[in-house]
Design a protein around this ligand. Sequence first.
Ligand SMILES: [Zn+2]
Length: 293
Amino acid sequence: MAARFRHEVRQSAAMSRATPGRRLAFMRIGAHVDSADPLDEATLRQADTVQFFLADPQGWKPPEPRADADRLRAADVDVYIHAPYVINVATLNNRIRIPSRKLLIEHANAAATVGARGLVVHGGHVNKGDDLAKGFDNWRKTFAYAAESGGFATPVLIENTAGGDNACARRFDSLARLWDAVGEYGVGFCLDTCHAHAGGEDLLDIVDRVKAITGRIDLIHANDSKDGFDSGRDRHDNLGQGNIDPDLVVAVIRAAGAPVVVETPGGAAGQRADIAYLRERVSGERVGGKGRA
Ligand SMILES: [Zn+2]
């Protein structure tokens, strides 16, 4: 905790020295990385933030204690944890919903041991023919259940998703209904630019539209999309290489003023280039550079 405090003092000192026009230069930008050695991966990418999984993203096994927990907690790199994809607390299917709730709580506890600033989890969905209103209420019950034992150990950030007709957080009319259900619990929001584009929500003015619903954006997943607007497909691409105008991604980050994680392909080199690109563009140090041909 002491290291975190020092870090925040240092950052706020830097902020106060900065003129308003330079403030964004201190925005924290990083990447989703392999979980084996996230701090090493951060160094390779010159990342200020890392996001990783604490367990198999396609499995139901709970997270195991990490040998590097103390190092992660003390690091200057900000840590975010992504919950497994199998989690779906919205579903009416008890055999998925109950273990999902359990796994989410286990991940929030484990994420706290590495000093995570947020636990990102997808908005989930109900099955075809099921009532979406029940899905929103299942989300509410999840937070109510956690609140009985003092709340989640790590702030939960619900992420918008790209696909499906019965999703809780794909289209923003649904997102508004979700927030009506969970807003009272101080839930966080993670905006994924690929998911928004592929999910059929225009990136233009998206920050205002999100904040009108959630009141907050805690984290940006800055990804290009291999697929077209409203395609419903979730395939990330490196910035400027896919279907999204990279200027729009930069504008979203500037407007949101939130920390950034890229979840883009190309390994360390590909992500390092995306981070460098955003750092230059968001801070306004250089115009142009990686536009589409
Ligand atoms: Zn994402």
